[in-house]
Design a protein around this ligand. Structure first.
Ligand code: ZN
Length: 294
């Protein structure tokens, strides 16, 4: 947030500087495009192979094989979910929300990818269907499914409210992952990372640049669906903020469960497709290899 009353006078070139046109940092047309028609044909032939209910103010872990689909569905009432994703064979490779934001924008929808961090930097999942894509960007600059928030957590709550609350998404994801891995909480917690805020309606205020939320437009039956590009472990928290129309990090909001459904296409439905390889950068970072060194 910038101060209302800056301490420095604008220089002579202030108006010129402010009037320069923005330049898109990562033009979307330069990204490799997902083969959505292939994914959709495979999805149309797929059968449901699993279902997991995520209770309110709690999280659950699920697994999805590369080439399968998973769907996060609103059931019973409007509810926001916080999603983490890991490579099922290496938890160090995990969803990088900041890079998804830089590549696709502040909110994700159909055709956007969930990228992993360095050094792999590859699509972990591709969004194949979004029943809330009609929402667009509203007059407040808000949209749905953001990668601009982080996840509600007990540390920020302690900082701002001073009292402990144990069912923030960060804690829910930590408990669920610890349970899934069979490890203590402090071993699981460092794996929890910034999320895709599924169904959450958010933006930044235009006058102050502050992060805001408003009631999610999600209704029971709405869903966000993904194609798993690699073998995945996922964790989903039903946020204690419910539809995030008022607050979070407390038991005040009405909360509902979420459903995760997985679907497997028949053999041959994805012929010609393969999991994306890790990023091609050689990782030498400007240091020339020593001849003969291994
Ligand atoms: Zn939350």
């Amino acid at each position: 947030m910038k101060p209302d009353h800056p301490e420095h006078q604008p220089p002579g070139h202030a108006d010129t500087a402010r009037s320069r046109a923005p330049v898109i940092v990562y033009p979307p047309e330069r990204l490799p495009e997902p083969d959505l028609p292939l994914y959709r044909r495979a999805r149309a032939a797929a059968e449901k192979v699993g279902e997991l209910r995520v209770p309110p103010r709690d999280a659950r872990v699920f697994t999805v094989k590369a080439g399968q689909f998973f769907r996060i569905r609103s059931i019973e009432g409007p509810q926001v979910g916080d999603l983490n994703l890991w490579n099922a064979h290496d938890l160090a490779e995990r969803f990088y929300s900041g890079k998804a934001r830089a590549l696709h924008g502040t909110h994700l929808s159909t055709g956007d990818r969930l990228w992993s961090g360095f050094p792999a930097l590859r699509p972990m999942a591709t969004i194949t269907d979004d029943t809330l894509d009609w929402y667009g960007i509203d007059a407040f600059g808000a949209s749905v499914h953001d990668v601009i928030g982080t996840r509600c957590d007990p540390y920020t709550n302690c900082l701002l409210a001073g009292d402990p609350y144990h069912y923030c998404c960060h804690s829910n994801l930590t408990r669920a992952l610890a349970d899934h891995l069979g490890v203590p909480l402090d071993e699981a917690e460092p794996h929890v990372h910034d999320v895709l805020n599924v169904f959450m309606c958010t933006g930044f205020t235009r006058d102050t640049g502050l992060y805001f939320m408003k009631a999610s437009p999600v209704h029971p039956g709405d869903y966000l669906e993904f194609f798993a590009e690699i073998d995945l472990v996922g964790a989903l928290s039903s946020c204690p903020g419910g539809d995030c129309s008022t607050g979070h990090s407390s038991d005040a909001a009405t909360c509902y469960p979420l459903l995760v459904e997985t679907f497997a296409p028949p053999p041959g439905a994805l012929d010609g497709w393969q999991s994306p390889a890790p990023n091609g950068y050689d990782r030498s970072h400007g240091v020339a290899p020593v001849p003969g060194a291994r």
